[in-house]
Write a protein that binds this ligand. Structure first.
Ligand code: SF4
Length: 335
C-alpha cells in the first residue's frame, strides 16, 4: 500500500532533461490597479517588471531588496497564487499557466515568515501537517499518520507533539511544523519568505541549519526571500537584487558580496540590517527615501537615490547587461 502512496505522490513527475531549469521567469511582470477613492483616478502599480531569471535544481536563489521591491509578489507568482500580467513562469520547463494550482503545489511549497499566523490554531499538528495529503487524496488515515510521523522526525519534532496545537509550541517548533507541512508532499522547490525573521536569533541558526540539511537530503531547490543579508550570504548560491519591481543585479553569492556592482547593491551591503523585516533595509548610504511605487522616477528608477547618477540616468532606462556570469542593470556598465 505504501508503494501506492509513493506512486500517487510521484504521479506526473516525469523527469525533464538536466539542463532544464527547475524554475524560470521569462519577462515576468505583475501590475495592480490602485484607486484611492471614489473620485480619484485609478493608477497602475507595476509591482514586478520584466524579471528574467533561472533557478537550477538543488540551487539556493536568494531574492533581496527593501520592502515594496516586489519580491513577495514575485514569490506569489511562483506559487501560482497570482498570475503574471506579462511573461511566463516555468516549472521544469512547463509553463505555470498550463498547470493547475494543485499541480504547482506538488512541486512548489511555501514556508512563510510568521509560523503562528500560517498555522490553524484549532488544528493539531497531525491535522495541519497531513492536510496537503488529504487535499490531494493521498493515503489512508493510517498511512498519512505514518507519513506525518516520518516527516516530524526529519524536522526534529518529537513524536509526542503530534496531538499538540500550535499555541502549545515554541516559535522554533512552529516553524518546524510549517517546514514539515511544506515537505509532506515531497516538493521540488521550497519558497521561503523570511522564514526565520520572526524567530529569536538563537533559534534562527537551528532552523537555517535544518533547511540546509534538508536541501542535501531531499535534493531540494530553494527560493529564499530575505532582508537578512547575513543569512543570504550564508545560504545562497546566487542572489537576485530587486529594486522597485525590477531585477537590477544577479550574481553568484560570493561575487555579489565581495564586489557588488550596481550602486543599489553597494548601498544595500553597506547598510545596517534591521531585525524588523517590515521596516526593510534601513538607509544610510542612500540620500532619499524609497520612492512612491505609484509614481516611479523616470529613466533609471534608482536615480534620485544614486550616488553615481549621470546626466542620462533620469532619461533613459538602463538595459540589463550580461557581464560574465553576472547581470547588472546600470548605465555605468554600458561600455
Ligand atoms: Fe545610478 Fe545611473 Fe546606474 Fe541608475 S543607471 S544605478 S542612476 S548610475
Amino acid at each position: 500500500m505504501m508503494n501506492d502512496v509513493a506512486q500517487a505522490m510521484d504521479a506526473g513527475s516525469s523527469q525533464p532533461g538536466p539542463d532544464v531549469p527547475m524554475l524560470e521567469c521569462r519577462g515576468v511582470g505583475r501590475n495592480f490597479t490602485v484607486g484611492k477613492g471614489f473620485f480619484s483616478a485609478k493608477k497602475t502599480l507595476r509591482a514586478v517588471q520584466d524579471v528574467n531569471l533561472q533557478v537550477k535544481r538543488g540551487e539556493v536563489l536568494a531574492v533581496v531588496g527593501e520592502s515594496g521591491c516586489g519580491k513577495t509578489t514575485l514569490a506569489k507568482m511562483m506559487l501560482g497564487l497570482l498570475k503574471p500580467t506579462t511573461g511566463e513562469i516555468f516549472i521544469e520547463g512547463e509553463p505555470v499557466s498550463n498547470v493547475g494550482i494543485r499541480q504547482i503545489a506538488r512541486k512548489v511549497q511555501p514556508v512563510f515568515q510568521d509560523p503562528y499566523s500560517s498555522l490553524n490554531p484549532r488544528k493539531t499538528l497531525e491535522a495541519i501537517i497531513s492536510l496537503p495529503l488529504k487535499v490531494h487524496g493521498i493515503g489512508t488515515k493510517e498511512e498519512r499518520r505514518q507519513m506525518v510521523e516520518d516527516i516530524m522526525a526529519m524536522v526534529e519534532l518529537p513524536k509526542r507533539l503530534i496531538h499538540s496545537y500550535p499555541n502549545q509550541l515554541s516559535g522554533g517548533q512552529r516553524q518546524r511544523v510549517a517546514v514539515a507541512r511544506a515537505l509532506i508532499m515531497k516538493p521540488e522547490v521550497i519558497l521561503c519568505d523570511e522564514p526565520t525573521s520572526a524567530l529569536d536569533v538563537s533559534v534562527q541558526a537551528h532552523i537555517l541549519n535544518m533547511l540546509q540539511d534538508l536541501r542535501d537530503e531531499m535534493n531540494l531547490t530553494y527560493v529564499f526571500i530575505s532582508h537578512d543579508l547575513a543569512v543570504v550570504e550564508h545560504l545562497a548560491d546566487n542572489v537576485a537584487v530587486m529594486y522597485l519591481g525590477r531585477l537590477i543585479e544577479y550574481a553568484d553569492s560570493s561575487s555579489l558580496f565581495s564586489d557588488p556592482q550596481h550602486p543599489y547593491s553597494q548601498a544595500l551591503l553597506d547598510s545596517v540590517l534591521t531585525p524588523d523585516p517590515s521596516k526593510g533595509i534601513p538607509e544610510i548610504a542612500l540620500g532619499r527615501a524609497f520612492p512612491n511605487p505609484l509614481e516611479p522616477p523616470s529613466g533609471c528608477s534608482f536615480h534620485p537615490r544614486c550616488s553615481q547618477v549621470m546626466d542620462n540616468c533620469s532619461i533613459d532606462n538602463p538595459a540589463m547587461l550580461d557581464r560574465d556570469e553576472r547581470k547588472v542593470e546600470c548605465h555605468l556598465f554600458n561600455n
